[in-house]
Design a protein around this ligand. Structure first.
Ligand SMILES: Cc1ncc(COP(=O)(O)O)c(C=O)c1O
Length: 309
């Protein structure tokens, strides 16, 4: 895998104003840099026939507020203000298909663990970002392994919060996978059952039914996961949330990742054991197609998930 670099845009929203992309900086000793206390979101905006539309923006901003609440961050911007700020950021940068990254972080000031002596700063960046695991991955699927790294025990890192510091674990999972020639990895939770990918939830298909791990305090409550559960119901597939033992990964008929960045990405092998026929399976394909139609505004019943910029 080659190392991708970020393609910047022109402006970043900072607490109600726009600053040029290159001037959105924090001090090296900001609490967030020292200790990882930055809450963030990853949101996609898609070009549609009616212009750019942000997918499930309200749910992402709700999760950002939840993250701040869990980490005792007194976020001063209301839900509606942040929704509008995301849309303004897309408009100001004249973007169509793009990724939106809101961040709420403790800045420079406090020297130690108690961050309240620092300013709480909110930023929203957006930039063009294509498929996370590659175009080919969406069609052909990816080869993954089970990570030797485990997701954290519940009540250590609260996974309902999307905190930057939690992502050192995700980086270990991803880097090990890439070092061993895989596109991604699936991590187990502390009890040994399947949790999630480094930045994706996981679904299995068996006998035409979808299975996904419980939200057991070790995996993020993915907004794409939630969308896929609803889409599966729309298409008539049964979905079961359950504990997923590792070996189920080797016996599934089909498997796929879900995530804002990864969208719906088929998995074609796990630990070099072929999943089903080794290609994107029919259920995965149906769900993936419906998901892409939905985000592009082509599914009338799900237009409520889009906020037009
Ligand atoms: C650890 C982790 N799991 C799952 C997901 C998928 O969540 P969503 O569908 O809300 O993007 C993400 C992405 O944000 C993530 O970082």
């Amino acid at each position: 895998m080659c190392a991708a670099t970020l393609t910047g845009a022109d402006w970043i929203w900072k607490d109600g104003e726009f600053v040029p992309w290159g001037e959105a900086k924090v001090h090296i000793l900001a609490v967030a840099v020292q200790f990882g206390s930055s809450m963030f979101e990853g949101i996609r905006c898609y070009q549609t026939d009616r212009g750019p539309a942000v997918f499930r923006l309200r749910e992402h901003i709700r999760r950002l507020h939840d993250s701040c609440r869990i980490y005792r961050m007194p976020l001063a911007h209301s839900h509606d203000a942040l929704v509008e700020a995301c849309l303004e950021t897309v408009r100001k940068n004249r973007l169509g298909d793009c990724y939106i990254r809101p961040m709420v972080l403790w800045g420079y000031g406090a020297p130690g663990m108690f961050p309240a002596g620092s300013p709480l700063e909110t930023y929203i960046a957006a930039w063009p970002w294509g498929t996370y695991l590659g175009e080919e991955a969406l069609a052909q699927g990816v080869d993954v392994c089970v990570s030797s790294w485990t997701r954290a025990h519940p009540n250590t890192f609260p996974v309902a919060a999307k905190a930057a510091g939690h992502y050192t674990n995700a980086q270990l999972i991803k880097m090990e996978a890439v070092a061993n020639g895989y596109a991604e990895a699936i991590a187990l939770g502390p009890t040994g059952v399947v949790s999630e990918g480094s930045g994706q939830n996981v679904f299995l298909v068996r006998e035409g039914r979808l299975i996904t791990p419980f939200l057991d305090g070790t995996s993020l409550s993915g907004i794409t996961r939630d969308a896929v559960i609803a889409i599966a119901a729309d298409l008539g597939y049964a979905v079961r949330e359950q504990h997923v033992p590792r070996e189920s990964l080797y016996t599934a008929d089909e498997m796929f990742f879900t995530g804002t960045a990864s969208e719906v990405t088929p998995i074609r092998s796990v630990d070099k054991i072929t999943v089903g026929s080794g290609k994107r399976g029919p259920v995965t394909e149906a769900i993936q197609a419906r998901y892409m139609d939905t985000v592009r505004g082509k599914v009338a019943e799900r237009l409520g998930w889009l906020t037009f910029a």
